[in-house]
Design a protein around this ligand. Structure first.
Ligand SMILES: Nc1ncnc2c1ncn2[C@@H]1O[C@H](COP(=O)(O)OP(=O)(O)OP(=O)(O)O)[C@@H](O)[C@H]1O
Ligand SMILES: [Mg+2]
Length: 266
């Protein structure tokens, strides 16, 4: 179960600044100003679909994910997941944040174990945790705390925690940010394989057009802020995808670059 229906979603933030005092105080010109971030977003995500969301920096991708996951309220419109309107976060949905969401006072193992803390059979739980840690290649670092890991290793630990849970919906906000290229390629493959096997609904935000092309069942492109949907295109090409050889995919890639106003790469 993981059908997501986004209906006429709008989100705006109202600036509420305290008047600062002293030398560095800034004039309060923007007090009460509204920043419109999302405008009329309509999107249907099928159960088991892997949707990659692309868009310029600051357009509202993270905001969209947070509203859909129930961490923030919509200003207008609504989100319905499996016939129930979203009013807050759900334990059946896992969010992998753009910035580290690891608990700093817990080891890699303990962080990963959070997802299976209610599982009665501790042997099965331990196997799930060890498998996930193995997938992200953190074997040997189980007892390390987040501050003892590199940035890339922290992201991998976070992915392990998500894989352990086996959630109905996975919200991933640039989960590979800060990872080296080879690790990114490997994790992409892991996620695609996991998705083909488990068919979980995944909403995946990325800046990387090629990443979206090799992973997605559907690519959604957002405009500059206030973000509107410029394109919502299903991709049926089987994996592994080679946009160098597949002409149709190559043309679509060029279109995505143009939509995102990156002309030099075309
Ligand atoms: N809690 C908040 N309060 C006020 N404004 C916010 C808040 N969160 C985000 N914004 C504003 O909303 C806009 C969209 O932010 P968001 O983080 O969703 O962008 P993004 O598309 O994820 O960007 P990036 O690609 O850089 O991660 C930005 O202008 C940001 O300043
Ligand atoms: Mg973001």
């Amino acid at each position: 179960m993981g059908h997501v229906s986004i209906e006429g979603l709008c989100k705006e933030y109202v600036e509420r600044r305290r008047q600062a005092r002293g030398y560095y105080a800034q004039p309060m010109a923007t007090q009460g100003a509204t920043l419109q971030v999302l405008r009329n977003i309509d999107l249907e995500v099928e159960d088991g679909e892997l949707v990659c969301i692309l868009g310029p920096s600051g357009c509202g991708k993270s905001t969209l994910l947070r509203v859909v996951a129930g961490f923030e309220d919509a200003s207008a419109g609504r989100v319905v997941i499996d016939n129930t309107q979203v009013n807050g976060p759900s334990p059946h949905h896992i969010f992998v944040f753009q910035h580290s969401g690891l608990l700093p006072w817990m080891t890699v193992w303990e962080n990963a174990a959070l997802g299976v803390r209610r599982m009665r059979d501790r042997t099965v739980a331990a196997k799930k945790i060890q498998d996930a840690i193995g997938v992200v290649e953190l074997n040997g670092f189980e007892r390390h705390y987040p501050h003892q890991l590199s940035g890339g290793m922290q992201r991998r630990a976070e992915l392990a925690r998500a894989l352990v849970v086996n959630p109905e919906i996975l919200f991933m906000d640039e989960p590979f940010a800060g990872l080296d290229y080879l690790t990114r390629l490997k994790l992409r493959e892991e996620i695609v394989n996991m998705h083909e096997l488990l068919k979980k609904t995944i909403l995946f935000v990325t800046h990387d057009i090629d990443e979206a092309l090799v992973m997605a069942d559907r690519i959604v492109v957002l405009s500059d802020r206030p973000a509107e949907i410029l394109l919502s295109q299903p991709l049926a090409t089987p994996h592994p995808r080679d946009f160098g050889k597949n002409q149709e995919l190559g043309e679509f890639r060029k279109r995505l670059y143009r939509l995102l106003e990156v002309h030099f790469a075309v």
